[in-house]
Design a protein. Structure first.
Length: 95
């Protein structure tokens, strides 16, 4: 049984959980497919190898930059989601 928490940090993580497990795959494909596509484009643009976990980590940095400049709570939510997806991308490379 999962304990219920009633605080902002838990709300942020639950929102991130709902986002990364939501219905975006219908529009964008699986996270792995989507981040690999982005990585291919960024590799071409930057002229050096970028992988799916790099994409996730760079998106976390983007959200951190927004937070540094007075961003909204949804930037924290998105950063948490991208961090979780980065872990998934790293693990999927081991398979």
């Amino acid at each position: 049984m999962m304990k219920e928490y009633n605080n902002i940090r838990s709300d942020v993580l639950m929102q991130a959980l709902n986002l990364i497990n939501g219905d975006r795959e219908k529009d964008y494909g699986t996270p792995k497919q989507n981040f690999n596509t982005i990585a291919e484009m960024w590799t071409s643009y930057m002229g050096h190898k970028v992988d799916a976990s790099d994409v996730c980590n760079m998106m976390v940095l983007l959200k951190m930059a927004r937070l540094r400049n007075g961003g909204h709570i949804d930037s924290s939510t998105d950063a948490a989601g991208y961090a979780a997806l980065a872990a998934e991308m790293i693990e999927s490379c081991k398979e």
